[in-house]
Design a binder for this molecule. Structure first.
Ligand SMILES: Cc1cc2nc3c(=O)[nH]c(=O)nc-3n(C[C@H](O)[C@H](O)[C@H](O)COP(=O)(O)OP(=O)(O)OC[C@H]3O[C@@H](n4cnc5c(N)ncnc54)[C@H](O)[C@@H]3O)c2cc1C
Length: 403
């Protein structure tokens, strides 16, 4: 019998993590307030991320990426979010790693050659265009359509609350967009089509968010917008299944971002409670604070283990050794647990820091606002994670909307 479980990282992963943490401490953390207040990730940060291979981490080497696995991707997103605790930079990175991977797996050769090398270099970005105004959780209610005409797909419809709209407009790239190609077939009638924002017939809007302001959130309206036939991702009418693969992967990375930001938040909090003296003692001496610290440490460790386990299952799935439903359950569990627990950790740290924590002088307020986004939406709402987990525990016949 073997040793069974092994919690250690490989030597390569340890070195990768250490080097990335050193860069994050030196280059990223000092700029959190600037990123949050100026609502922009500086160009040199994007350049460094590209040079370190972070943006193309899961993209195959033949398209300029590093072709690495999803545990390494999760480690990278965790470290990036430890650096930029507002989680904006982590959002940019995790979208490239998850949807860049889906594009590399299912895109046509021409589209991959056109887009992926630029994504790896930080010269273009990819994102996911799923949510519509009438409700992101209810895909069957989606109204966006595509029809084939001559050598094009003709697209109509509206996508809202989409991350990276401004960045894609400024640099290039596009969105893996979910549209109906055979509406009568319900979820079997969706396709995924790559939509750049620079084409005729596409209009964009931008929304203002309460947090993670370093990356934009916006929408795009498609009115008879045309893209070439080879912008179809995978097969026609398989878009729902391809999107689910992407969401499964992206949810692990979202949860990894939460773990990274919360672990830095807890460190900031520990430094603070050791030095802040009240009633003659550092407040870290009081059990009221210590018990919260220990509870938060346990929540953080639990979140991290769920992320690493889901990332490990994702690697198994990529190698054909795990079922997609096993991956769906593990990634939904990580995405259900980490965003809310990590938000609570950051919120407790802000409370320890009193008025300073609430002021824009501190990084922790940006962390609290940023982390909250992940339990509102972003790669699926929390109750949708619960529906996925219950579906796996009870069986598909218990899906609430299944007749
Ligand atoms: C910061 C941010 C960035 C985002 N980026 C992107 C992006 O890049 N691309 C993209 O496509 N989308 C993006 N989204 C949208 C996100 O995916 C959606 O917010 C999410 O899918 C939920 O959709 P909704 O906001 O329309 O809420 P709804 O679908 O209207 O849900 C509202 C509430 O109802 C709950 N609910 C849903 N179904 C049930 C049920 N059966 N039983 C009980 N409760 C239920 C949900 O949990 C939620 O709390 C982003 C969102 C945010 C906040």
């Amino acid at each position: 019998m073997g040793d069974g479980m092994d919690f250690s990282l490989s030597d390569e992963q340890e070195v990768f993590k250490r080097n990335l943490r050193e860069w994050c401490e030196r280059k990223l953390f000092p700029r959190v307030k600037e990123i949050d207040e100026e609502s922009k990730i500086p160009d040199e940060i994007i350049r460094d991320l590209a040079n370190m291979g972070i943006l193309g981490l899961t993209i195959p080497e033949e398209y300029g990426g590093s072709g690495l696995d999803f545990l390494t991707a999760a480690l990278s997103v965790e470290e990036i979010a430890r650096g930029d605790v507002s989680v904006a930079t982590a959002v940019l990175v995790l979208l490239q790693q998850s949807w860049g991977y889906i594009l590399s797996k299912y895109g046509s050769e021409e589209l991959k050659e056109e887009v992926l090398p630029k994504v790896a270099k930080g010269e273009a970005f990819v994102g996911i265009g799923s949510t519509e105004p009438q409700g992101g959780s209810d895909l069957l209610s989606f109204k966006s359509t595509a029809r084939k005409e001559d050598d094009s797909w003709v697209l109509n419809g509206e996508k809202v609350y989409i991350s990276l709209v401004r960045e894609v407009e400024e640099r290039g790239g596009g969105f893996l967009t979910i549209v109906k190609t055979s509406p009568e077939l319900e979820h079997r009638g969706f396709s995924m089509i790559f939509v750049p924002l620079s084409i005729d017939g596409v209009e964009t809007t931008l929304f203002k968010n309460m947090g993670r302001t370093g990356v934009s959130t916006g929408g795009f309206l498609m009115k008879e917008a045309r893209v070439p036939l080879n912008y179809l991702i995978g097969e026609e009418n398989k878009g729902f299944y391809i999107a689910m693969e992407g969401f499964n992967v992206a949810r692990i990375l979202v949860a990894a971002a939460c773990v990274g930001a919360a672990s830095k938040a807890l460190e900031i909090g520990m430094d603070y409670i050791k030095q802040r003296k009240l009633f003659g003692y550092p407040i870290g001496k009081f059990e009221g604070i210590q018990f919260q610290l220990s509870d938060n440490y346990a929540k953080l460790e639990a979140s991290r283990l769920l992320v690493y386990k889901a990332a490990w299952i994702c690697n198994q799935w990529m190698n054909g050794k795990a079922d997609i439903m096993e991956l769906a359950k593990a990634s939904a569990t990580a995405k259900l647990h980490a965003p809310i627990e990590c938000y609570r950790i950051a919120d407790d740290v802000m409370t320890w820091m009193g008025a300073f924590g609430y002021s824009k002088e501190s990084e922790i307020q940006a962390c609290v606002r940023g982390l909250r986004s992940y339990s509102v939406g972003a790669e699926g709402a929390q109750n949708v994670m619960r529906i996925i987990i219950a579906r796996e525990l009870l069986g598909k016949e218990f899906l609430p909307y299944k007749k």
